[in-house]
Ligand binder design. Structure first.
Ligand SMILES: *Cc1c(COP(=O)(O)O)cnc(C)c1O
Length: 428
């Protein structure tokens, strides 16, 4: 049996069903921005493996950081033990993120980092004698992960809340910000957020949001001014602010962290995805001394969470190398150049009948269609053109590794244009 047949018979893929023969391609290796399929074809990567592989694949500096750590130890438990990769990474994250964030809780995936953030917020208020603050307020079209707590703050429709209504905690939702990135946020834009906080702040532990870019919930870019006002309202109403930088962190939006667009800092921040440059699974939840000291001095005086692979040394070493690589590169100019090339390359799509919107921010380029993409055929259209692009819903988007060259980037944007043109022709 060939590997694809075995895959179809036994292996689940993300957001898919078994037995429907959805297109799946087998990768044998990857280097730079190219994925090499086992049938010999090479694909230019337009996805960075879901925001992660910012330095591309099989990077010599990353490889040697991981192998050097492998020679020492791949893992030890973190209960009662510590190690240099974890401590150095925590120091680095504290130095890079906004100043009030001073303590770091490592976990093994983004969803878990969000669970940790939510538990921290609830425990903080419990220990402050305000145990009624157990819920969260967020905006629609958000995405924070697939575990049950994280899911409860994802968009209720795309997160399929109905299906899990008996076990999902009900949270407070307001409409997604309608003011776009670069626009001001009017009183009207923020009114519902404000009203919800005013009415329910005694039940709300924290507002949780993705800063500036809503990723998997719709690839929307909203006003930094909106975020600034949310920060202000949180402080005013005694509610913590959790920013989920799992997708946006490490330069993707043109700033190291997206909250910098709004010049604010959260009380709790989650990072993941590009943290290790896509080498290993690792995430972290950072918080302030205020939050950590209240939790640590309250009752029970412990934070009750501790993943088996907490602060995995291989992953921490990869993260240290990835951050060094990023910071020692002219990443700011690089992202600006990618932004310009994406805007130039995708701009033409705007005039097509099948296209509802085209938007670009940092190294993220989005073509929003009028109708959902046919995932039985469109993946083949991209692979035939030698690129790896994976749309979802009505969205075709590019977020290439930062190391991508201009010619490869152009191949990606041309491929998107060709696919969009094909849609236009077949739908009129
Ligand atoms: C991907 C993502 C998560 C979940 O991370 P996993 O590592 O897949 O669990 C959470 N929040 C945001 C904003 C994400 O993009």
């Amino acid at each position: 049996m060939d590997i694809l047949d075995m895959d179809r018979a036994h292996v689940w893929h993300p957001y898919s069903s078994m037995g429907k023969g959805q297109p799946v391609f087998a990768v044998g290796s990857a280097k730079g921005v190219r994925l090499k399929l086992t049938d010999g074809r090479e694909l230019i990567d337009g996805m960075s493996s879901w925001w992660c592989a910012i330095h591309g694949y099989n990077h010599p500096v990353m490889n040697s950081a991981v192998t050097a750590q492998l020679d020492k130890m791949s893992h030890v438990m973190f209960g009662g033990l510590t190690h240099q990769p974890a401590v150095m990474l925590a120091e680095k994250l504290v130095a890079l993120t906004p100043q009030p964030l001073q303590t770091v809780f490592f976990s093994d995936s983004g969803s878990v980092a969000v669970e940790v953030a939510m538990k921290m917020a609830i425990q903080y208020w419990h220990d402050k004698g305000m145990a009624s603050k157990q819920h969260f307020l967020t905006v629609r079209s958000g995405y924070h992960g697939d575990t049950l707590g994280a899911m409860s703050v994802c968009d209720p429709v795309t997160g399929m809340h109905k299906l899990f209504s008996d076990i999902l905690t009900s949270q407070y939702f307001v409409d997604a910000p309608s003011c776009r990135f670069g626009e001001a946020c009017t009183e009207r834009d923020i009114a519902k957020m404000k009203a919800c906080l005013e009415q329910n702040h005694m039940k709300i532990a924290a507002v949780i949001m993705e800063p500036v870019v809503q990723g998997a919930g719709g690839m929307r870019f909203y006003s930094a001014d909106y975020l600034k006002q949310v920060r202000h309202l949180c402080s005013q109403y005694g509610v913590l602010l959790i920013l989920d930088e799992i997708a946006t962190g490490f330069g993707r939006t043109g700033r190291l962290f997206a909250c910098e667009h709004a010049d604010i800092s959260p009380d709790i921040m989650c990072v993941g995805k590009a943290l290790t440059g896509g080498y290993m699974t690792l995430a972290a939840t950072l918080t302030t001394l205020e939050v950590s000291s209240v939790i640590s001095s309250g009752e029970p005086g412990l934070f009750m969470h501790g993943p088996t692979f907490m602060a995995n040394p291989l992953a921490c070493s990869a993260a240290l190398a990835s951050i060094d690589l990023l910071l020692s590169s002219p990443w700011h100019q690089t992202i600006q150049q990618i932004e310009k090339n994406l805007a130039d390359g995708l701009g033409d799509c705007r005039n097509k009948a099948a296209v509802a919107d085209v938007r670009v921010l940092g190294a993220i380029g989005v073509v929003e269609l009028e109708q959902a993409v046919d995932m039985q055929t469109v993946p083949y259209r991209f692979v035939e053109q030698g690129v790896w692009v994976r749309p979802f819903g009505r969205l075709i988007y590019l977020m290439p590794p930062y190391i991508i060259g201009q010619a490869d980037l152009q191949t990606l944007t041309e491929a998107v244009k060709n696919v969009v043109n094909g849609l236009t022709q077949s739908s009129v």
